[in-house]
Write a protein that binds this ligand. Structure first.
Ligand code: ADP
Ligand code: ADP
Ligand code: ZN
Length: 224
């Protein structure tokens, strides 16, 4: 059984990262998490570690991920709800890759409202589609610790080896150009509407994601 925490700190910081695949959500979410001392929760990372561990959840998710499609809300929402009720989330969290659909966002809003909570900030990292293909093609991931690199923009110290844990880096199957195209279509159809959703909730902040990683983080710091 996971630790359920009925009482939350009122000043807990709950942040959602928005943006196309490859916009830099993970990169910035890790920095925010470190700066604020709160966990970085990536639904993509949770799915990938389940795939690696061969769990049933991983098997269910893999078929969708390989095609660049979204994992169904029924699977994703329950998994995320369990995660945000773990003990380390009591002071807040940065969600990276969730919500990705309006029904996911509505489930999150509803679950939080039951304890009088709400998302404090939704940070949309804006990068045009043309740049995305370049970002994803150069992305290298450590499936062991979740670290992310880029062959040009953020190379590891040793070629193809993770700086943090020494494991080999991979080009994710879903970062190959054919799949990236599908993922961008899925983004525009299902995830892009979340910008308007969080704007209407009064918590949206837009940042220019085409700048370098430090500049993007500086902009986010100003907001938070
Ligand atoms: P990226 O960082 O490139 O945006 P992620 O690691 O967040 O990619 O997600 C990889 C894949 O995992 C997605 O293409 C999708 O198949 C699945 N996935 C991750 N989060 C969600 C979610 N909230 N809802 C549905 N599918 C998800
Ligand atoms: P997302 O989580 O939105 O899919 P990532 O944070 O994984 O995006 O970034 C995608 C790729 O682009 C990675 O290889 C990362 O190193 C690189 N990247 C992230 N932010 C920038 C930036 N501001 N400029 C150039 N490359 C970046
Ligand atoms: Zn690693």
């Amino acid at each position: 059984m996971r630790d359920r925490l009925p009482i939350r700190r009122e000043d807990a910081m709950k942040i959602v990262m928005l943006g196309a695949p490859g916009a830099g959500k993970g990169t910035q979410a890790k920095r925010i998490a470190e700066a604020c001392g709160i966990p970085h929760i990536s639904t993509g990372d949770i799915f990938r570690s389940n795939i690696k561990a061969g769990t049933e959840l991983g098997q269910q998710a893999k078929a969708f991920m390989d095609q660049g499609a979204l994992v169904p809300d029924e699977i994703t929402v329950g998994m995320l709800m369990d995660r945000i009720h773990e003990a380390d989330c009591k002071d807040g969290y940065v969600l990276d890759g969730f919500p990705r659909t309006i029904p996911q966002a509505e489930s999150l809003t509803e679950a939080l409202s039951r304890t009088g909570e709400a998302i404090d900030a939704a940070i949309d990292i804006e990068v045009p589609d043309e740049d995305i293909v370049l970002r994803m093609g150069g992305r290298r991931a450590c499936l062991h610790c979740g670290a992310t690199y880029h062959t040009c923009f953020h190379p590891p110290r040793l070629e193809n080896i993770c700086d943090h844990c020494g494991h080999e880096l991979v080009l994710r199957d879903d970062d190959k150009p054919e799949t990236v195209k599908t993922r961008l279509e899925v983004y525009h159809a299902h995830t892009y509407p979340l910008i308007a959703y969080y704007r209407a909730a009064g918590v949206l902040h837009e940042v220019d994601g085409t700048k370098n990683m430090d500049q993007v983080f500086a902009e986010i710091r100003e907001i938070l």
